[in-house]
Ligand binder design. Structure first.
Ligand code: ZN
Length: 136
C-alpha cells in the first residue's frame, strides 16, 4: 500500500494528485511507528537487521588455565604448548619445582603457554625466579 492510498482509506485524503493534509501525514507517521511500511517509503527508512552472532558473545579474556582447553577459539592468542604440559626447574637450594603453562614467564610477562622465549624463567613456591624446562 502506498502512503496516499493509506490516507485515502482513512478518509484523510482524496485519491489522485495533490498534497496530503497534515492529518494524513501524521496518520502515516503514526502507522509507520507502529510497524507499518509503505510501498513508496524511501529505502533508507527500511528496517535494518542487527544480527548478534554467537561469536560476539564469546568472552575474550582468558583468566585461568582451565579456559585454555578451547584453543581453537582463541584467534588472537599465541599458544605454544599443550594445556597439560609441565615445566620443571631447580632453585638455589637444590629443590625441584614443577609449574604449569599458566605460570608467568619473566622474560615476556606472558604465561608460559604463550611465551616465545627460549628459556622460561618463572616465580616458584620458594619465591625465587628460576629457569624451567619442559618436562617430556
Ligand atoms: Zn618464556
Amino acid at each position: 500500500m502506498r502512503r496516499k492510498e493509506f490516507a485515502v482509506s482513512l478518509g484523510l485524503a482524496t485519491a489522485g494528485r495533490g498534497r496530503m493534509s497534515r492529518e494524513a501525514l501524521e496518520a502515516i507517521e503514526k502507522a509507520r511507528s507502529e510497524g507499518m511500511t509503505f510501498d513508496d517509503d524511501a529505502p533508507t527508512t527500511g528496517r535494518r537487521e542487527v544480527t548478534v552472532t554467537a561469536k560476539d558473545a564469546k568472552p575474550v579474556t582468558v583468566r585461568s588455565s582451565t579456559a585454555l582447553g578451547h584453543i581453537g577459539l582463541m584467534d588472537d592468542t599465541y599458544i605454544r604448548y599443550g594445556n597439560d604440559v609441565k615445566f620443571a626447574g631447580v632453585d638455589s637450594k637444590g629443590k625441584k619445582h614443577t609449574v604449569g603453562v599458566a605460570n608467568i614467564c619473566r622474560n615476556s610477562g606472558y604465561s608460559i603457554i604463550g611465551c616465545r622465549c627460549d628459556s622460561h624463567e618463572t616465580l616458584v613456591a620458594s619465591m625465587e625466579v628460576i629457569t624451567v624446562t619442559e618436562v617430556k
